[in-house]
Design a protein around this ligand. Sequence first.
Ligand code: F6R
Length: 607
Amino acid sequence: MCGIMGYVGPQQAAPILLDGLRRLEYRGYDSAGVAVTNGKIDVRKAEGKIDRLADLLESEPLAGTIGIGHTRWATHGEPSDLNAHPHTDPTGEFVVVHNGIIENFQSLREELAGEGHVFTSETDTEILAHLVAREYRGDLESAVRSAVAKAEGAYALVVMTKREPGKIVAVRRISPLVVGLGEGETFLASDIPAVLHRTRRFLIVEDGEMVIVTEAGARIEEIAGGAVDREVLYIDWDAEQAEKGGFEHYMLKEIHEQPAVVTETLGGRLDEDGTAWLEDVHFDDDFARNFSRLWITACGTAYHAGLVGKEIFRRLLRIPTNVEYAHEMRYADPLVSSNHLTVAISQSGETADTLAAARLTKERGSRLLALTNVVGSTLAREADDILYTRAGPEISVASTKAYLAMLIAQYLLALRIGRVRGVVDEELAARVAHGLSLLPAHVEELLHHDDEVLAAAESIVDADDVYFIGRGLDYAVAMEGSLKLKEISYLHSEAMPAGELKHGTLALVTKDTPVIVVLTQQALYDKTVSAVQEVKARGGRVLAVAYEDDEQIHKFAHRVLRIPRADDLLGPVAAVIPLQLLAYHVARLRGHDIDQPRNLAKSVTVE
Ligand code: F6R
């Protein structure tokens, strides 16, 4: 959802900006552009993929060693060359890129128009270029400060002027911004992977801060004024992790990374007896013993991970647990209070709705635990406790490995709390720990059954609608399987609890309608099979995800994807793998852009 790049140093800026923008592609975009200063400001921008911008730069090169770049995901104004960033003021002396939304843009536009300003685009961003130019009195920092004082909303804004060469000024209000510190060169980016191959030393710009970037480094200040002393963050991610590593798509690569991800997420955190050591979870035993309610809040796939978490916590901890869509919770006046624990789940740690819901629970006195994949993300920084998923950078818009890591992390959290509360006894803790330790091998084994999943994908590729059913934990997994399928294959799909089918949706099941059933929960097996029979009686085609030693399943299903036998509590972890692969293969057979599905963005940093 918009990517930002900036460069100040001795090298030509345009190729560096272009390279960074390519690495930010996963955020989703519909146009791209760069600007450099070299005595004057030159801009090149184009609607569409970055290759179009690269072609433009080939035919009309940009010379200069200071520059800013942007990938735009349209909010105000359609995707077009004119609306693409960067935007300049009418004199062409000031140039800006911006991620986020200026909420009062209409009134600012009218105010400026009243003063005679003429705009060339429909964007809210262009207004910022005009505002900075209007406020300029010989000092870019002050001009940016007074411009943003007039702007409401969530954004990251990056500004350059030919009047002060050698400097880029940026501010952050909610939308993410990081500084990469090189040797005699400095980078700005929306996130760390964009420049991780160039430096491992980063400064994270926080909400409400301004950063002044030169080739010598960066200085952070409060937007309101006042110096900030920010510690340099050293990132030890393997840069290879951010590349495709020989796979056709990032999504497939990330699916295949999952055995290693499970090992990483568990690494050093779990003893054989089920004692969990969670390094950044700081609450003491007293709190763990006494908190009275658990809230889980998240969006999308992270919410589906929360659905699994709810079941785990309910079964292991017997604590009242709510799982809430963050975008609903933030406006729902939830009955959160002190002595509650909120687990906010977010791969990116930057999802605007999740941050808002998390902040709300904190304001109401709840303790806030961030379950996130991104070290130093906003959610992590604002939380009392952090549980990093350690899945590594996830590039594909469709989340896979981060989801799996979210599940593993929640088992760990349940063990940590359950042992202290005395509700998870030694035997149960050791059983869960043993089950978790088997998972890397189980997940690995499942990846070897790709041919069977491909055949299943071929059997549903031409369907109009697909339904997913399951009960309890299987329902939670069905929700994720359905989302994966629809978001990358564009095939209509819905998930529901198996018992819900006959209350309406069964009317849509006719001859050959594919119905995918997840069947790991043995206590509910017969109940789920009843729903499957209802499907079969209407001619529906049943695809089951079931344990390898389930001998009855062939009586009910037309096709079975087998998973290794596991403790039912851990069943969802293995069950999601064939569903991820199924979505991948259906999307590939349908010829879609798998890593960047239409209309979607990796990081949803606006409401
Ligand atoms: C789907 C997907 C999204 C995200 C959602 C929340 O594959 O990735 O549904 O899960 O946008 O994102 P995070 O986890 O970054 O808060």
